[in-house]
Design a protein around this ligand. Sequence first.
Ligand code: ATP
Length: 515
Amino acid sequence: MANQDDQFKKVISHAKEYGYVFQSSEIYDGLSAVYDYGQNGVELKNNIRNYWWKAMVQMHENIVGIDAAIFMHPTTWKASGHVDAFNDPLIDNKDSKKRYRADVLIEDYVAKLDAKIEKEIKKASKRFGETFDEEQFVTTNPRVLGYKEKGTLALKRLAQALDNEELDKVKALIEELEIVCPVSGSKNWTDVKQFNLMFGTKLGASADSAMDLYLRPETAQGIFVNFLNVQKTGRMKIPFGIAQTGKAFRNEIVARQFIFRMREFEQMEMQFFIKPGTQKHWYEYWKKERLSWHNSLGLGESNFRFHDHEKLAHYADAACDIEFKFPFGFKELEGIHSRTDFDLSQHEKYTGKKLQYFDPEESKSYVPYVLETSIGLDRMFLAVFSNSLQEEELENGSRRVVLKLPAVLAPTKAAVLPLVKKDGLPEIAHKIVEDLKWEFNVQYDEKDAVGRRYRRQDAAGTPFCITIDHDTLADQTVTIRHRDSMKQQRVPISELKSLIKEQIDVKNWLMKMRS
Ligand code: ATP
């Protein structure tokens, strides 16, 4: 079995080979942690965004969308706390000259302990066979308990040190845990320093009158500053939400792991404005709702888990991540944050304007509390893509690489393949393409033997192949081949459209959230 690194390398090279993701400015040797989406990538990305938008905006009568600008008045970022507190603690290894996020070094150390626990469980489960009680094992086995305690304690001390801005203690912890630089293998560390993640730029032509601006590090603030505009013009009643998708920029210290951590990325965020005191209820509600959304795509329930934040951001009174099992382990995919009235109150303070809601039921005005769901579109892309890429051994002993993307998200829904390039078969195929392309993306492919074409479409993630053969001439039926099962089915041409639409219909997929 391929190890994690190999598997991840396969994901990256497959994404390139099949036109999903390219390194930005590759012909100039690329730009670190910046990526471009290719012809298939853009379709998958659009489909994920659309799937999110439909679930969040279209399916909720009390949620509307906006599209705010990337540039915002610079005081926004003073008010939001980003100028003063949007920092990551960085540390350098003096021997390799490599730079790391100090908190990530410690988290990786804990992840290694978790992996050891997993190993113990696997070993024990093998040893005890059917009588194995995992729950009992993890709560009583001394070795497992030892690893667990060590990890929990390390994370707790990290959270405390960061909360109190005691960076010397973060360094001390790294030394105490004997964490070594993965490159040089040495423990020769510099002190830990804070580093602000916002990109600065300038607005205006002349040097003296130019205004310092930031590229937004999150989309959320565009929603907060428009809270009253939307509430008033949309006559929105609390509870209500505002959703937005768009680019965000962070000067990440260590940008690795492909599109998991980028310097330019896209977020899909929703701020839900609620009555103060109801945040616990809505926090639970949105945790459940968002997890159901993920599960509706069928990526495997055991690949998701919640992770409560030890260290709360400056704005939050409760926060958790939905983590996904990426090829390099469980990592944050989405954040769910109870942001209290922090942001609106801060904007009130800095603008001198009231950002309040008059509650007709209570006959009083208040600054609403906010529940936020925030997911990275690129991370979701990586989750879907890496989970879908599989290598299978077939009955005849041959292997196939198949990208089992959920059909609702697949870039091309069907490929239309004439068995041969003559006898009128291409003409029928073209006619089918002409008809189907009004409904969804289809591709015509006549090159190579049909088996090769199937493999090509499997690897590109196309869920259906439609093959036109000589029988089609006589009875107007075609073969439809299903990517995942490789089953073939004979159907009349007239039924193709409805058959495929049924399988790719957003409604049918989102309905799974309710089941
Ligand atoms: P991390 O701890 O991984 O840096 P974060 O907690 O800073 O993430 P948030 O500020 O909560 O992330 O942002 C919400 C979502 O935006 C994240 O769950 C993630 O999916 C996405 N995201 C954040 N930073 C990046 C990045 N550099 N590249 C790609 N996606 C990102």
